[in-house]
Design a protein around this ligand. Structure first.
Ligand SMILES: Nc1ncnc2c1ncn2[C@@H]1O[C@H](COP(=O)(O)OP(=O)(O)OP(=O)(O)O)[C@@H](O)[C@H]1O
Ligand SMILES: [Mg+2]
Length: 236
């Protein structure tokens, strides 16, 4: 089995492309907005990679199934918070080394549905694991790769969970208590205070279309320096 990734991320890799992450509680609209921004940028000729965590590689997607309970046997022991953190981090290491860093190196705009802020919010603020330890582990797993821009979709927990209840498939996190999700939401807000230049808070209670317009508008100034695969389509 291959164990050495072909690419190791560096700050130079990051500079060629642009790395955007989408964060927030369950049902806050991350995936909807990630898909809309990807379609918008692709239509305008940008090279785009749309991906997600946990997951984004065959190995990591397999672990995602275990984490979200779709691939687990009900007779297995419960997952410890530390075990959960290491599985998420193992996925991240695979994802960064094999997918994200190579795409950034090629000059793509990488859109990632959840990234390392989710580890701090869920395993740190939500489960109570030590934040400094998690920060160090995040750094270890990503080899220092940091998003250029992060959208935090903020929504009251009840609204997010109500949206999730309408979804076809429930996952392990949907069965967590409301208090857990409240801690996660507060955790995300605390992270915005630590990183006010990187994280943009979006009111996720607006309509999908209004939010998509806001997101596209906030991204545009950063992309003016990016090379396109082909010229933009002319309106009309
Ligand atoms: N702004 C919005 N207003 C109303 N409904 C929305 C909005 N954004 C998303 N939804 C709906 O809420 C549900 C959850 O949205 P979405 O899957 O995008 O959220 P998510 O943050 O990715 O959720 P998860 O945490 O489960 O991955 C979907 O049915 C989606 O159509
Ligand atoms: Mg989603």
């Amino acid at each position: 089995m291959e164990t050495t990734p072909k690419h190791r991320p560096s700050s130079k890799d990051q500079r060629r492309g642009f790395f955007i992450t989408f964060e927030g509680i369950e049902g806050s609209g991350k995936s909807s907005q990630c898909q809309r921004l990807a379609a918008n940028l692709q239509a305008r000729g940008y090279r785009v990679l749309e991906t997600r965590e946990p997951g984004g590689t065959p190995f990591a997607e397999h672990i995602r199934g275990l984490l979200l309970n779709t691939g687990r046997n009900s007779s297995w022991e419960s997952l410890t918070p530390e075990g959960e953190a290491f599985l998420v981090l193992a996925c991240r290491s695979q994802h960064v080394a094999h997918v994200i860093a190579p795409a950034l190196k090629k000059g793509a705009v990488v859109l990632c549905d959840r990234f390392f802020d989710s580890t701090l919010a869920y395993q740190g603020y939500g489960r109570g694991l030590d934040l400094t330890a998690l920060q160090n582990l995040n750094q270890f797993a990503t080899q220092g790769l940091t998003p250029d821009l992060t959208f935090l979709f903020d929504l009251p927990v009840d609204q997010g969970l109500a949206r999730r209840r309408r979804a076809l498939h429930q996952n392990r996190l949907d069965h967590e208590k409301k208090k857990f999700h409240e801690r996660v939401r507060k955790g995300f807000m605390a992270l915005t205070k630590d990183h006010p230049h990187r994280i943009i808070i979006i009111d996720a209670g607006d309509t999908i279309g209004t939010i998509a317009e806001q997101v596209a508008k906030r991204v545009q100034p950063f992309l003016s320096r990016m090379k396109k695969l082909r010229p933009s389509k002319k309106p009309g």
